[in-house]
Design a protein around this ligand. Structure first.
Ligand code: HEC
Length: 192
């Protein structure tokens, strides 16, 4: 009886340790994919802003962002997307309950003085369809973002009109550099 219990304890510890290593490895992969998405998009955006200004750069966020996210999803076998508490495109960017909780936590931590560029969360979550590894990395608002996500003055009238045409339910404005615009979210099926 005593032996079984000890064995049980040891096995339990071993299982927890394996879980921790697993989560570290999965988090490292998810972090790398998230950084790729943020950097590829940032690079394309800078290019378009420099050559054509915000009006042409709207296309980068509109077409290139979902394109890059689907390519990274195909390559990795995980679902990789961008979500936000205040979406411009609610069809693609609306968080599920877990993601919403994490985004709210990111906002609380930034309000308490944390740097948004280092905020991330990794967790193994049991859902009705199975166990999933879930990861999120905050996307900070940078100076180049406010031409399309800032105050009315920062956006300017012609861009505002163009955005309003494409996104009548746009809530992704009023941001300032240093805030959290949203997050990259990575979801990986682990098994049943
Ligand atoms: C030229 C205009 C423009 C600039 C500059 C811009 N965005 Fe966007 N952003 C958009 C558009 C348009 C969408 C909607 C994309 C879609 O249809 O999926 C969007 C959507 C997003 C989303 C997805 C969630 C949502 O609200 O639908 C995130 C996250 C985001 N932008 C972050 C940023 C960040 C961070 C920057 C600065 C590095 C930035 N954007 C700069 C136009 C812009």
């Amino acid at each position: 009886m005593k032996r079984t219990m000890i064995l049980g304890t040891i096995l339990g510890v071993a299982a927890v340790n394996a879980g921790a290593q697993d989560i570290d490895r999965l988090a490292a992969e998810a972090r790398a994919q998230s950084v790729r998405l943020i950097q590829e998009l940032g690079g394309r955006l800078r290019q378009e802003m420099a050559s054509g200004g915000p009006e042409t750069a709207i296309g980068v966020c509109k077409d290139a962002a979902p394109e890059i996210a689907s390519r990274l999803s195909r390559e990795s076998g995980s679902r990789i997307a961008r979500v936000s508490l205040k979406t411009r495109n609610p069809l693609l960017g609306t968080p599920d309950a877990w993601e919403q909780g994490v985004l709210e936590e990111f906002d609380r931590r930034v309000a308490a003085g944390a740097r948004p560029d280092i905020l991330e969360t990794a967790e193994i979550v049991a859902e009705p369809k199975g166990r999933y590894f879930r990861y999120m990395k905050a996307i900070p608002v940078q100076t180049q973002c406010i031409a399309c996500h800032g105050t009315d003055e920062a956006i300017g009238q012609s861009v505002r009109e163009r955005l309003h045409e494409d996104y009548p339910h746009d809530r992704a404005t009023g941001y300032a550099p240093g805030q959290v615009r949203g997050a990259v979210t990575v979801k990986t099926f682990l098994g049943n």
